[in-house]
Design a protein around this ligand. Structure first.
Ligand SMILES: Cc1cc2nc3c(=O)[nH]c(=O)nc-3n(C[C@H](O)[C@H](O)[C@H](O)COP(=O)(O)OP(=O)(O)OC[C@H]3O[C@@H](n4cnc5c(N)ncnc54)[C@H](O)[C@@H]3O)c2cc1C
Length: 372
């Protein structure tokens, strides 16, 4: 029996869910608020782990295509102290495929493939009916009923209230993101400083990370502890004012490191919010969540990986199951909660140590997780 299934959101989680169902020739409605796939800049890089994101791509039949476009050399990681001294300079072996990097835009295009996304369909509310059937309300006033609605609509999910009253809270750590283009020709010194992968500098309660994307693009993340309203006297739309404020905040750091901020173009403020560690809910027939909507956690390389594997696993169990949708969803939720809870603990503790009063903590984290 084919159920009417909708997924809200076409991020990594929603698209993987839809792509695996599509592989099994199981119909799914993909509802996305953005008016088009390229309506927003896709963002930086994602490293996809062998046992998580890559496993999900395998279930979608896309692993070979991923291997063709991803960048194993992007796993390289260099750590400097604030004086600019290189403390660690780790490079992957040529055959290392544990966590290759891929541009988010490339991943999105890979997953989109033949999928038919309904763009510009912002969901405002999801209401489970008393006798089965879930009513989805749209921003344009329309409504539609499905047997199962999967909320893959990210941190500020509009599906989540149907199952849980919990909302994300601020971690006390914020990020300002900037980027540089054509680094190899326009900023060769910075290109060398960043290397093939990522470069991180850890100071007291702040860090600066630069990450090479494809096409000579570098993303720079300045992360620091601050109250949510730290910018109340700053116009965040004024790039020069934000640059100057960051240069003051990172004052005293080595000049080549600060050049990453001096040459950055636009600045985007992203305060870090999280859901409580081990967020669960009482099962509601006809509605579930996956990815950030279910377990928003610090951005330490797990969120997209988990969202994708959850999407793949749920789709697989629906498409290959005996037909009892509710049994499949309940089993999926139990598995997701256990795995995501574990990662939420790891990433929460990791963030505390990476943006800490003692920069040596960050180095200790690196030495623990990175095989030398
Ligand atoms: C700086 C940074 C770096 C990161 N690096 C990594 C990394 O290397 N590896 C990793 O695994 N994770 C990483 N993450 C985390 C990762 O980005 C997220 O965990 C991941 O994107 C979550 O995927 P998702 O599909 O659950 O949600 P999202 O990617 O947030 O997608 C949600 C989708 O839902 C749509 N949507 C939202 N509301 C509605 C609505 N009401 N109606 C319809 N559509 C809606 C949105 O437009 C969007 O397309 C990083 C995060 C940040 C901020």
């Amino acid at each position: 029996m084919r159920h009417r299934i909708a997924v809200v959101g076409s991020g990594p989680g929603g698209l993987t869910f839809a792509r695996v169902l599509h592989r099994h020739e199981y119909p799914v409605t993909i509802l996305e608020r953005d008016p088009a796939s390229d309506a927003r800049p896709p963002g930086g890089m994602l490293d996809l782990h062998e046992g998580l994101g890559q496993l999900a791509l395998d279930k979608a039949g896309l692993l070979a295509e991923f291997q063709a476009v991803s960048r194993p050399e992007g796993q390289a990681m260099r750590i400097l102290d604030t004086a600019g001294t290189v403390l660690r300079d780790w490079r992957p072996r040529p055959d290392d495929r544990a966590n290759p990097e891929i541009d988010r835009g490339q991943l999105r295009d890979l997953l989109l493939g033949p999928l038919d996304v309904q763009w510009g369909r912002g969901v405002t509310q999801v209401v489970p009916g008393p006798r089965g059937g879930v009513l989805v309300h749209f921003a344009d006033g329309r409504r539609e009923t499905f047997d199962l609605v999967v909320g893959a609509d990210g941190a500020w999910s509009r599906t989540r209230p149907a199952v849980s009253p919990v909302t994300p809270h601020y971690t006390g750590i914020t990020t300002v993101e900037t980027s540089l283009d054509d680094v190899d020709t326009r900023h060769p010194d910075l290109a060398r400083l960043v290397g093939d992968g990522s470069m991180a500098v850890y100071g007291v309660n702040r860090k600066l990370v630069a990450q090479r994307n494809s096409g000579g693009h570098v993303k720079v993340y300045a992360q620091f502890r601050a109250p949510l309203d730290w910018h109340s006297n700053l116009d965040l739309a004024d790039a020069e004012a934000v640059r100057s404020s960051l240069l003051t905040l990172f004052d005293g750091w080595a000049a080549p490191v600060l050049d990453l901020l001096r040459h950055g173009t636009a600045f985007v403020h992203r305060p870090l919010y999280v859901l409580p560690v081990s967020h669960t809910w009482t099962h509601v027939p006809g509605v579930t969540l996956l990815g950030d909507a279910a377990h928003l956690m610090p951005p330490l390389g797990a969120g997209a990986n988990l969202a994708m594997l959850e999407g793949a696993e749920l789709a697989e169990s629906i498409a290959t199951g005996a037909g009892d949708l509710d049994v499949a969803v309940r089993a999926f939720e139990e598995r997701m909660w256990a795995r995501a809870g574990k990662w939420a603990k790891i990433t929460t503790a990791g963030l505390e140590r990476l943006v800490s009063a003692d920069p040596a903590e960050a180095l200790a984290v690196f030495d623990q997780v990175q095989p030398s």
